[in-house]
Design a protein around this ligand. Structure first.
Ligand code: SF4
Ligand code: SF4
Length: 141
């Protein structure tokens, strides 16, 4: 009763009018992936194979290729966002900082196959990327 009375005289709004009102996500929020691109539109991925190897959910599919100059690139690069556990390890291991988990969660779909993001879709994502955990600054201060 005391708690109820306290809220009656000092009401605090707890309802958030989503999506009109949105809370800013933590810089370390790990959500939908995005693939960084070069200025000429090519993906930054060099198909090294590290991220599919380290992924604990086994949800990255990579088929690598090589161009005439011997540069490796992804022919197929897909991430199943439905199986992903958003651990961020793909971002941590990428030697060229190509793949990132991002500060985004609005990725609802009507069918499961829509959760498999191909390379084009990953490159089109434009939300901010997640900040990696820094052991020298564990609380991000
Ligand atoms: S965030 Fe983790 S689970 Fe998701 S694709 Fe990357 S390594 Fe795999
Ligand atoms: S770790 Fe980076 S460069 Fe290597 S396959 Fe994954 S996205 Fe491509």
């Amino acid at each position: 009763m005391a708690l109820t009375l306290r809220h009656m005289v000092n009401p605090k709004t707890v309802t958030q009018q989503y999506p009109e009102e949105q809370t800013e996500l933590s810089p370390r929020w790990r959500g939908t992936h995005r693939m960084e691109v070069h200025a000429d539109g090519r993906p930054k991925c060099v198909a090294c194979g590290l991220c599919p190897t380290v992924c604990p959910a086994n949800c990255i599919r990579l088929v690598g290729g090589e161009d005439d100059q011997g540069n490796r690139y992804p022919i197929v690069y897909e991430i199943d966002e439905f199986r992903c556990i958003f651990c961020g390890m793909c971002q941590e291991v990428c030697p060229v900082e190509a793949i990132h988990v991002g500060r985004d969660f609005e990725n609802a779909e009507y069918t499961r196959d829509r959760f498999v993001y191909d390379l084009d879709r990953l490159m089109q994502q434009d939300h901010p990327t997640a900040l990696l955990w820094d052991p020298s600054d564990p609380a991000s201060e």
